[in-house]
Design a protein around this ligand. Structure first.
Ligand code: BES
Ligand code: MN
Ligand code: ZN
Length: 500
């Protein structure tokens, strides 16, 4: 990843030499005392600019003054706060992201004069959110660019100083959030990485690095999975040269006897579709078909790094879906670890096969208090919800409501979709207990119904992140193809409902 700016909290003045001062303006372009002092130093240039541009201080709107007279500053960036009373945590995060996004070129130092128009302090938690947004927005995946300069004008920011009287509490609040941002960026790195350099074993090695943070990591190979009878996962993998793996990550930060929360990820390092091969257009995107698994690894990283007081297990099924002489084919009947049989209709409906065995494994071996799986499972969820919400399916209303609420608070939004017997019928098979594809209509729902057939009484939720985990829209806090969607959402779920 790119060199991220070094973010610090201090009581600091605007840069004396080269650099940028960031001034926050409220409704109507109102400035706080330090903004007014800077305006005086420029002999009123800031206020003249606000007037000339009819700048109203609308949230996330910006106004630029380059090379202001009398100062050796390169630039003054004015950023609108809107009504700060009405700014939620996500808004502060997006404000931080907006600041970084607007910067261009070489910025040795940017100082944010963090104050409200009435002169009072911005709450420490809001400043921490602001810093988080700045960090997430600065991320670029440019490790394969040999000429970094031609990068889409990514700014090179040396230091970002958030200047506030309450810099000490803000710094402390940022520490926990920063662990979560690191998890998000790790997930983005994994999703952006091309499949030639990230096969199932490479991915497992990346997960193994979590041991450094105190996570117990166990990697199951083909023999172990055969012994467990994972006939569904192994069928998907059998056309690939690179062997599959199942990785189990345990973070034991909670009470000894409390049952863990479990998070399960689809980790298809590349999805060609297999024998039911995909059309060529945009097939390169299928390097991101392990976004669910990446989010689980990013989440475990976040929880361990911030030493979450909870027991959490992450399980990821890692396979490559390739067409080959050994590949599984339509018509094949597989026996999953649960004992149920599956008729393969379409080898491109592979994610649900991987998850079926991972879900069974988690219920038998981990016996979690609840479980949430994440998967780039269907194109149909993109048709239904676009790239703005992940699809949420659940057998438990309380868990669903908690996820909906965590989504609103973090901005990683989910939208609940139905599960019902009529949809379950879509995957009945003539030859086996079920088939792996239920036709075009309600494609995201029939995929969820398939997973549900592998879930017992455990409270369970399935997040279809095909639209939100990759090919992500450019937002104030993400300029990368991979968003890392779900790390902040699930960290929040754990923090609010599951920590002692
Ligand atoms: N990985 C794809 C789903 C996907 C599509 C993710 C586009 C991200 C962007 C999944 O394995 C798949 O191919 N699903 C099929 C299922 C169908 C064959 C029943 C789909 O959605 O078309
Ligand atoms: Mn597929
Ligand atoms: Zn897939």
């Amino acid at each position: 990843m790119t060199d991220l700016p070094k973010i610090t909290f201090a009581k600091a003045d605007p840069p004396k030499k080269k650099g940028v001062a960031i001034v926050l303006a409220g409704d109507g372009g109102a400035l706080g005392p330090r903004g007014r002092a800077l305006d005086d130093a420029t002999e009123g240039a800031i206020r003249r600019a606000i007037k000339a541009a009819a700048f109203k201080g609308k949230r996330k709107s910006t106004l630029d003054l380059f090379a202001p007279a009398n100062l050796s500053l390169d630039r003054i960036l004015i950023v609108g706060l809107g009504d700060p009373e009405k700014a939620a945590a996500v808004d502060w995060m997006e404000l931080g992201g907006t600041c970084v996004t607007k910067l261009t070129g070489d910025v040795p130092e940017a100082v944010v004069l963090a104050e409200l128009p009435n002169g009072s302090d911005i709450p420490a938690d809001s400043l921490a959110q602001f810093a988080t947004g700045a960090k997430l927005a600065a991320y670029r995946f440019d490790k394969y660019k040999t000429n970094k300069k031609d990068e889409d004008q990514a700014p090179k920011i040396g230091k970002l100083v958030i200047s506030a009287a309450n810099h000490n509490p803000a710094r402390r609040a940022f520490a926990a959030l920063d662990a979560v941002s690191d998890g998000t960026l790790l997930a983005r790195d994994l999703v952006n990485e091309p499949a030639n350099n990230l096969g199932p074993q490479d991915f497992a090695e990346r997960a193994r690095e979590l041991t450094r943070l105190g996570v117990e990591v166990q990697v199951l190979d083909v023999r172990a999975m055969r012994r467990l009878g994972m006939g569904a996962l192994l069928a998907v993998a059998q056309g690939a040269e690179r062997e599959p793996r199942l990785v189990v990550m345990r973070w034991n930060g909670g009470r000894t006897r409390s049952r863990p929360a479990a998070f399960i990820g689809k980790g298809v390092v590349f999805d060609t579709g297999g024998i039911s091969i995909k059309p060529g257009a945009n097939m390169e995107d299928m390097k991101g078909d392990m976004a669910g698994a990446a989010t689980v690894v990013g989440l475990m990283h976040a929880l361990a790094k911030r030493k979450a007081k909870a027991n959490v297990v992450g399980v990821v099924g890692l396979v490559e879906n390739m067409p080959d002489g050994k590949a599984y084919r339509p018509g094949d009947i597989l026996t999953a670890m649960s004992g149920k049989t599956i008729e393969v209709i379409n080898t491109d409906a592979e994610g649900r096969l991987v998850l079926a065995d991972a879900l069974t494994y988690v219920q038998r071996e981990i016996k979690p208090a609840f479980m949430v799986n994440l998967a780039t499972l269907t194109g149909a969820i993109i048709i239904a919800l676009g790239h703005q919400h992940a699809g949420l399916f659940a057998n438990d209303d309380e868990l669903a409501d908690r996820l909906l609420s965590a989504g609103t608070k973090t901005g990683e939004k989910v939208w609940r979709m139905p599960l019902a017997e009529e949809y379950d019928k879509l995957i009945d098979s003539k030859f086996a207990d079920m088939k792996n594809a239920g036709g075009r209509a309600a494609g995201a729902i029939s995929a969820a119904q398939f997973l549900k057939r592998f879930v017992d009484e455990t409270p369970w939720a399935h997040l279809d992140i095909a639209g939100t985990g990759m090919a992500s829209p450019q937002t104030a806090i993400n300029k990368s193809w991979a968003s890392g969607f779900g790390v902040r959402l699930l960290d929040r779920l754990v923090a609010e409902h599951y920590e002692r």
